[in-house]
Design a protein around this ligand. Structure first.
Ligand code: R5P
Length: 285
């Protein structure tokens, strides 16, 4: 068996390869003069684990090329971050279901797929091969525990994310709640935890993804007004688009951490153990 990584998943792929004791395939990435992507994998075996986050259009193409390079071997595709997953339905006439288009494209040449913290698990049904979702919520809980915060209150940004937040909070037996938006007038909304008073509390807002940071920044400003002692943010996929990190820090968020499903300088949490365990336990069968 060999592990192939695409360019934006190199750190995570190396960690997974170490955990599994499976060598990384030597892979060369370059571009043709016209911008087309070139990739060459060496030392391939009869079984391949392709670790590839779909962080952008280039990584989508690199993933397709990596699968094709491993043609003839038994391929498992691990998608730490599945881009396009949030366009998972037609919000308006004439729109594509982008998550379905991407899942269909990636289903050829692989036997099974494992996706980490996909925005909506229903997206897994769009793959044409057995698809399994796994979560690193316990690893995020473990990271928060290592920070030794004073009785943190774990908050989900909305009710839909409460399951994820509860799993994070279970790691330390911490309080958990979700943020509720109440419209006070035409222009004014109040965002506050549904049940718990944040005054004097150390708050950790957890989410599957931070993209523009808009959701969390608005919540953080309001939680400060309600007397939160400090606010931290932790997510799986730190996309951090359009200056999101600065937006959060200037909104009074003391720390912003994410995982290596989307590799960047805030990726302090690793999905490697969760992925390796899923492979070892053969979760797809
Ligand atoms: C929404 O349902 C997601 O869980 C995230 O809360 C959202 O996508 C974050 O986006 P942004 O960082 O741009 O507010």
């Amino acid at each position: 068996m060999r592990v192939i990584s695409t360019e934006r998943s190199q750190v995570l792929a190396a960690r997974v390869s170490e955990k599994l004791g499976v060598p990384l395939a030597k892979t060369r990435f370059s571009r043709f003069p016209d911008g087309e992507i070139y990739l060459r994998c060496e030392d391939l075996d009869d079984e391949t684990l392709i670790v590839s986050s779909i962080t952008d259009n280039d990584m989508l193409v690199q993933t397709l090329l990596a699968i094709d390079a491993a043609d003839g071997s038994r391929n498992t595709l691990v998608i730490p971050y599945l881009g396009y997953a949030r366009q998972d339905r037609r919000f308006g006439p004439g729109e594509p279901i982008s998550a379905r288009a991407v899942a269909r494209a990636l289903s050829s040449g692989i036997e099974r797929v494992i996706v980490v913290d996909v925005h909506d698990p229903a997206v897994l049904d769009y793959f044409g091969v057995p698809a399994t979702g796994i979560t690193i919520a316990p690893a995020i809980g473990g990271y928060i525990g290592d920070l030794h915060l004073r009785e943190p209150l774990v908050l989900a940004p909305d009710e839909g994310a409460i399951g994820f937040a509860s799993t994070v909070a279970a790691a330390g037996g911490w309080d958990c709640d979700f943020l509720q938006k109440t419209r006070l007038s035409g222009e004014e909304v109040r965002i506050a935890p549904k049940a718990v008073d944040v005054a004097g509390r150390v708050v950790v807002i957890v989410d599957d993804i931070i993209s523009t940071g808009g959701t969390l920044a608005t919540a953080a400003s309001m939680l400060h007004e309600q007397g939160a002692a400090s606010i931290h943010a932790a997510c799986v996929h730190g996309v951090l688009a359009s200056g999101a990190y600065m937006r959060l820090r200037t909104a009074g968020v003391s720390s912003v951490v994410s995982s290596d499903t989307y590799e960047n300088a805030s990726s302090f949490i690793s999905a490697a153990s969760t992925i390796a365990t899923a492979i070892q336990e053969d979760v797809c069968r």
